[in-house]
Design a protein around this ligand. Structure first.
Ligand code: SF4
Length: 636
């Protein structure tokens, strides 16, 4: 009998409506653990090389992990993977909430989706029974409406729904997958992929909880949770103010991207801070299945020109930054409204806000004219202009919306005229709100990460810089990191920090663990407790080293996928803008990355990973990680 998981993976061929269940052996679950490691396993085997990301040959996978649904914090996550329409490389997005646990209780550990339905459908999995149902009546409706209709017509308020919004139907490439109308698997355009398959939603309901190997050990670990939050300042801040607790800290260290990453300090930071949100528009805190941290925000605005409904949750730090400081906007209610629009239309807030900021800089520098903005004075600091651009994007309308809906990289190619000088992208993804000028190892990860700039793919530099508390260092030692480095450095040891912590985060995106709860440094549980939790659920007796191996498998399989699609070292790059000195105030004013520094770091990173000079895993490296089967997918 499996512990923690069901042993069932659903294969859906939308072209012919065929549904099949696969029952992989236990060794498969232990080797990949779920999430994107399992997803890319199927994508490599089932998606032909060169497939159109928005065509029927693309394969979309949705996987939870072996511990999803267990009674402990931070386990209810789902990963979506497919070829990304933004980069042409691997796409990867993780989301939380209650959908992941409910998918497990409905009897499945993952879904592999291929083909294209001749008409809009949704997949309904009810107590182990999957079926495809007509979704014509759901098209064009915002996420909250779809949730309400499905709950009404299925007569069950406890169903969980993962859907793409009308933004994807309108052709917005950076569309996300949304559950609860406010939780996103946000990045790399996974909503656009699902929409291209005429699959509107996956709806799940179930009551079968997988068996737990050692419930007492799991309960003991779970009991340390509330105290762990209270006694850990990082966790307490996250619980109290949400992810936006870092707004003012990042501003103080010159790491709050301002006016499209031109500056690292924003004079209006107080206006978009987690503290102000708590004092003003916060209605309540929310959570994911069984999580004691409750970091999710629910905000409400009942007065003024734009109402914000609690249904649509509240803005994260990234959203407050991209629609706020990136655009030079310090109007919290305007940003909360932008967040609501993105939640209604199923849009990645990072890509969207950053793309608007990019367009603002293009406009202010004469790269584009009013003709291209549809008459909009698209200037930094103008909240109304920001919201007008957002409206054009989600509807994919007008000269501005039609271009920006494709993301800033494609917009720069369309506009030309030097627009690429203002890009902040890597592999088609706009950089999140943690600046590589201040956190140098993040710059390396933004460049080499297989799915572009991502702040959740490695630990951040301040946790491995001189003066880091013993609490964090003791945990980092468990993944081979014991020599904190000077601030703002990108030494070989910092490269090791980036790589080793990336492996742990890669494990989290496979076992489907929230990186605010399980991590190599500041989180509620460190590497040791992560292994203990997985062992309590599965009985496997895994070590931290074995967990790092799973992270390495996912990372290498991602690189194999990208290499097969023609990616190499030339794609592991950063935008020109990151090599220009930051303007404005703060400790990072005047800072820039250098190409030499990045090249040296990439060399060292490839060496640690066991990849060629072109950044491709060798057959020997694949063998070392026990995934030699993937060598057949390496290019020529
Ligand atoms: S820490 Fe926050 S995002 Fe993570 S599982 Fe808990 S409530 Fe969800």
């Amino acid at each position: 009998m499996p512990y923690g998981y069901n042993g069932n993976i659903l294969h859906v061929d939308l072209t012919n409506g065929k549904l099949e269940v696969e029952n992989p052996p236990e060794a498969f679950y232990r080797k990949y653990m779920g999430g994107s490691a399992m997803g890319v396993y199927y994508i490599l085997r089932e998606m032909p090389r060169g497939a159109d990301p928005l065509g029927p040959d693309n394969v979309l996978t949705l996987f939870v992990g072996v511990t999803t649904g267990a009674a402990i914090s931070g386990q209810s996550r789902v990963n979506a993977n497919a070829k990304s329409p933004l980069s042409g490389g691997i796409g990867d997005a993780q989301g939380g909430g209650f959908f992941p646990a409910e998918l497990k209780f409905a009897g499945f550990d993952g879904i592999v989706i291929k083909g294209k339905s001749p008409k809009p459908v949704y997949l309904f999995i009810n107590e182990g029974r999957p079926e495809l149902r007509d979704a014509s009546h759901l098209m064009g409706k915002v996420t909250g409406e779809v949730d309400a209709i499905l709950k009404e017509e299925l007569g069950d308020k406890k169903i969980e729904i993962l859907q793409h919004g009308p933004g994807a139907e309108n052709g917005v490439l950076f569309s996300s997958l949304v559950s609860m109308s406010n939780r996103h698997a946000g990045r790399t355009g996974m909503g656009a992929v699902m929409a291209s398959k005429n699959l509107k939603a996956v709806v799940v309901r179930g009551t079968k909880k997988p068996a737990i190997y050692d419930s007492k050990a799991l309960a003991a670990l779970n009991r340390t949770g509330p105290a762990g939050v209270k006694n850990n300042p990082d966790m307490d801040g996250l619980a109290t103010h949400g992810t936006a607790v870092v707004s003012l800290f990042n501003n103080s260290i010159g790491c709050l991207p301002t006016r499209n990453y031109s500056e690292g300090q924003f004079e209006g930071a107080e206006g978009i801070s987690g503290e102000l949100m708590s004092e003003t528009i916060l209605k309540e805190r929310d959570t994911c299945y069984a999580c004691v941290v409750r970091c999710k925000r629910v905000v409400e605005v009942t007065e003024g020109p734009r109402k914000v409904e609690p249904t649509y949750g509240g803005p994260e730090y990234e959203t407050l930054s991209t629609f706020g400081s990136y655009c030079g906007v310090d109007d919290l209610k305007a940003v909360a409204y932008a967040n609501q629009v993105c939640n209604q239309y199923g849009i990645d807030t990072i890509a969207c806000g950053a793309t608007i900021a990019f367009a603002m800089e293009c406009y202010e520098n004469g790269v584009i004219t009013k003709e291209q903005t549809g008459g909009l004075e698209l200037k930094f600091g103008d909240a109304e202009a920001m919201l007008a651009a957002l409206d054009a994007i989600v509807h994919n309308q007008g000269p501005l919306g039609k271009v920006l809906s494709q993301g800033s990289e494609k917009a720069a190619a369309i506009w030309g005229n030097g627009a690429d000088e203002f890009l902040i992208t890597s592999k088609g993804g706009e950089a999140p709100a943690h600046m590589p000028q201040a956190k140098r190892s993040l710059g390396l990860i933004y460049a080499v990460n297989p799915f572009g700039a991502d702040h959740q793919s490695s630990e951040h530099d301040p946790y491995y810089e001189e003066g880091v508390p013993d609490f964090n260092l003791d945990r980092l030692k468990l993944i081979g990191l014991s020599q904190p480095q000077p601030a703002y450095s990108l030494t070989p040891e910092k490269v090791k920090f980036a790589y080793n912590s990336q492996l742990f985060f890669s494990l989290c995106d496979s076992a489907e663990l929230c990186q605010f709860v399980y991590g190599p440094a500041w989180t509620l549980y460190g590497p040791k407790e992560t292994a203990e939790m997985i062992n309590a659920v599965t009985g496997w007796g895994v070590t931290v080293d074995e967990l790092q191996e799973i992270g390495a498998r996912r990372l290498n399989l991602f690189r194999v996928f990208n290499a097969r699609e023609g990616f190499g070292r030339a794609d592991d790059k950063l935008p020109k803008k990151f090599f220009k000195a930051l303007k404005g105030t703060g400790p990072t004013s005047g800072f820039a990355l250098t190409q030499d520094e990045l090249d040296t770091a990439i060399d060292e990173y490839y060496r640690l990973a066991g990849w060629t000079d072109n950044g491709v895993p060798t057959p020997a490296t694949l063998k070392q990680h026990d995934i030699e089967w993937a060598a057949e997918y390496l290019p020529g």
